[in-house]
Design a protein around this ligand. Structure first.
Ligand code: HEC
Length: 443
């Protein structure tokens, strides 16, 4: 079958992947999940003379630019614009509290597992918390504007795209599904694509309205199945298997906190010329959006000439589980053998769960017994970064991939919305998923 994950594979998951052997085990183990620890030891910053007092321009602004303003900007995912002195100083004490609780910055995979692009920015350095505390203790001084530093942060947007496709018109969600208040899953057909096959080395959705865009999935469409009803500017309903006749493959996605997909030189994904793209938007209105709030999303791509290697998404995961209400540490574990005679190169791993997701772990054991860590650590819905390896990882033919999704379905999970309830697999945010999307080439 096609190495591009077919839509049926997304539902039936891996069971259908011809060359893999899959075994699944669900297990429930006891004890309360721990909150992540963030570097809080060590000391930085002093409160000595005026000259070396911890201040905004020299110390705090660069720290927040490196670790926080990726989400905490005007219109961003996080609360407040931390590039603004007034906001940051007013919130400084709350920042320390959030860091001590292990909630901010949102937990990410342990860089000791593997060396990722940007992991320095995802974890607060030892002393970072104390620096903010020292700033609070000193009365949050501004310091000297001449000390201002601009830090190159993690980019959420793709610079200089070669191809931008947009919905023909803005769309205003109606949230008319009474069974799922405040949620709408809507698909749109984009036909304004290159006529010839094209190769994508980087891509990222254009998120117009962040206050209501909960996720974006990009599919390769199947022109033979598309009718004028699908083409309507207001799109069509699509969730958990509806209308999948018009979709041929999953080719990309975005969730809050996500960074652009960027492949190394010589590697790119192939898109079929003339075939439409389908954009699935999940809109969410917590009840606070003004009536009639609209959105005008799209997708941006960087294109290259035919590459040496064509990368595809390979999905590992499990879609048969029941997370019991109240269980704060429920593990879904699975192992899958890679192709017996073809090596696999892995460029990135992107764990995906919903609000109950607590920890994500994936290891590969090579045929000679060598065990290597791909991702390992706390998971958070608000920080769904793909982990790009600084060095591509070669999994020799016949390696065993093992992965575990740990869920916290108890009130100790602050992301839990309402009372815990038994939760099964599904695409909706109040259902759960356990996926590890990987970007791979096969040799
Ligand atoms: C990947 C995105 C992301 C990053 C990076 C991030 N935050 Fe947040 N932050 C959030 C989100 C989302 C919320 C809102 C959580 C909620 O409402 O449940 C939040 C909330 C907060 C709050 C609570 C605000 C309130 O009103 O109580 C504080 C304080 C905070 N973050 C501090 C930080 C600090 C300090 C950093 C950097 C060291 C940081 N955050 C990095 C996403 C992020």
């Amino acid at each position: 079958m096609s190495r591009l994950l077919s839509l049926s594979a997304l539902t039936l998951l891996l069971v259908a992947c011809g060359d893999d052997t899959t075994t699944a085990t669900d297990s429930a183990t006891g004890t309360t999940g721990t909150t992540g620890t963030t570097g809080t030891t060590g000391t930085t910053g002093t409160t000595g003379t005026d000259g070396d007092q911890v201040n905004w321009y020299a110390d705090i602004s660069p720290l927040l630019q490196t670790h926080c303003t990726r989400c905490h900007y005007d219109g961003g995912l996080g609360t407040g614009d931390f590039s603004d002195y007034d906001t940051a100083s007013a919130m400084a004490e709350i920042m320390v509290g959030q860091i001590d609780a292990g909630w901010m910055p949102p937990p990410a995979s342990d860089p000791e597992c593997r060396d990722y692009h940007g992991s320095d920015a995802m974890h607060l350095p030892v002393g970072g918390r104390d620096l903010i505390q020292a700033w609070v203790d000193g009365g949050t001084p501004q310091g000297d504007p001449a000390d201002e530093v601009i830090v190159e942060g993690l980019h959420e947007e793709l610079d200089d795209p070669d191809l931008v496709v947009m919905l023909p018109e803005p769309y205003t969600p109606t949230y008319s599904d009474a069974a799922n208040p405040g949620n709408e899953y809507r698909c749109f057909v984009i036909e304004d694509v290159p006529a010839d096959d094209y190769y994508v080395s980087s891509m990222q959705p254009i998120i117009d309205n962040r206050s209501m865009s909960h996720h974006v999935v990009l599919y390769a469409g199947r022109s033979s199945g598309i009718t004028d009803t699908h083409r309507a500017p207001e799109g069509f309903d699509c969730i958990n298997g509806e209308e999948w006749s018009v979709i041929s493959a999953f080719v990309g996605g975005w969730a809050p906190g996500d960074l652009p997909v960027e492949l190394p030189d010589g590697v790119a994904m192939k898109f079929k010329g003339g075939e439409p793209l389908i954009l699935q938007m999940h809109y969410f209105d917590p009840g606070t959006l003004p009536e009639g709030t609209s959105d005008h999303p799209g997708y941006a791509f960087k294109l290259v000439d035919e590459p040496d290697k064509v990368a595809t998404f390979k999905t590992w995961g499990e879609s048969s589980f029941n997370i019991p209400a109240g269980n704060d540490h429920y593990e879904v574990t699975e192992s899958t053998k890679t192709h017996p005679s073809r090596d696999l190169t892995i460029y990135a791993v992107w764990p995906h769960m919903h609000l109950l997701g607590w920890e994500a772990e994936m290891h590969i054991t090579q045929p000679d017994g060598t065990e290597d860590c791909m991702v390992d650590g706390r998971y958070n819905f608000a920080n769904q970064v793909p982990y790009y390896f600084k060095e591509p990882y070669l999994a020799p033919a016949g390696s065993m991939a093992e992965f575990t999704c740990t869920f916290n379905n108890s009130t100790s999970n602050p992301d839990l919305d309402g009372e815990p309830k038994d939760t099964q697999y599904g695409e909706r945010t109040d259902e759960e998923m356990c996926f590890f999307f990987t970007l791979v080439t096969t040799d």
